[in-house]
Design a protein around this ligand. Structure first.
Ligand code: NDP
Length: 250
């Protein structure tokens, strides 16, 4: 029996990329996984199928985040399938690579709406569903702690805000035995980084060289860290910013 047997997890943005890796990992270890997606229902179905074919249990819920009423809609969908939650992973996020001189109100508001406001209200609306002893894990970014890519400033700011949320929420939920942490990936090979890694000659090699380990990260590299924090073994880690950058900040 897996370490998450009997537990229910919700992973936002689990149709693709890092979220899919996390959902598959939690599912393989016995959690029943709510695979959230925004618009790509076909990809979410693939994640559910992958979990089921590995012997796990999962269901898909589709709600676009970053719009008014998103959190309520997400929990309404969730409630159709499950009656409580043990592990919440706020992973869904979008990038912004426009320099400060070019970014407009709309893009700024959008990246904050999806990356900060949505996780905040998902937690706020979901607090009653989260069982004592549970876990909240927010997917941050190494860019919250380095100015190496200043054109990603607005995006990095969203992750900084998310980290403050993780820190302060840990105090609010601690008395219930619920831990809250940020996990910060470095450059991971996903659709999100396709342009960075494959769009220019030498992009992959340059990205690999940023990590002390000399390679580009894989989704499983982050999923394993999340799985540790979500497990009983991670019970004494809370309010933390966990570096999962493969040594990219050294
Ligand atoms: P991907 O672009 O590969 O996947 C994004 C996921 O989030 C998809 O499942 C997508 O759903 C969902 N999503 C995006 N926008 C919305 C929205 N508005 N409403 C609902 N769902 C949405 O991203 P990654 O896997 O690369 O990134 C995941 C997280 O990791 C993000 O928070 C990102 O900031 C963070 N991160 C990523 C790094 C990297 O190098 N890849 C580095 C550091 C942090 P759908 O399939 O329906 O579009």
């Amino acid at each position: 029996m897996g370490v998450f047997a009997g537990r229910t997890a919700l992973v936002t943005g689990a149709s693709r990329g890092i979220g899919r890796g996390i959902a598959e990992r939690l599912g393989r270890d016995g959690a029943r996984v709510a695979v959230h997606y925004g618009s790509n229902g076909a990809a979410a179905k693939e994640t559910v199928a992958a979990i089921e074919s590995a012997g796990g249990s999962a269901f898909a819920i589709g709600v676009e985040l970053g719009r008014p009423g998103d959190a309520e809609a997400l929990w309404e969908e969730f409630d159709r399938h499950a009656d409580g939650l043990d592990i919440l992973v706020n992973n869904a996020g979008i990038g912004s690579t426009r320099p400060i001189g070019e970014i407009g109100d709309e893009e700024y508001d959008r990246v904050f709406a999806v990356n900060v406001k949505a996780p905040f209200f998902i937690v706020r609306q979901g607090i009653g569903r989260l069982r004592d002893g549970g876990r909240v894990i927010n997917v941050s970014s190494g860019l919250a702690r380095t100015a190496v890519m200043p054109d990603n400033m607005a995006y990095a700011m969203t992750k900084g805000a998310l980290d403050v949320f993780s820190r302060d929420l840990s105090k609010v939920l601690g008395p219930r035995g619920i831990t809250v942490n940020s996990v910060a990936p470095g450059i991971i090979d996903t659709d999100n980084t396709y342009g960075l890694l494959h769009g220019t000659a030498g992009g992959w090699e340059q990205a690999a060289a940023i990590s002390a380990l000399g390679r580009v990260g894989e989704t499983a590299d982050v999923a394993d860290v999340v799985a540790f924090l979500a497990s009983d073994a991670g019970r004494w880690v809370t309010g933390s910013w966990v570096d999962a950058t493969g040594g990219s900040l050294t």
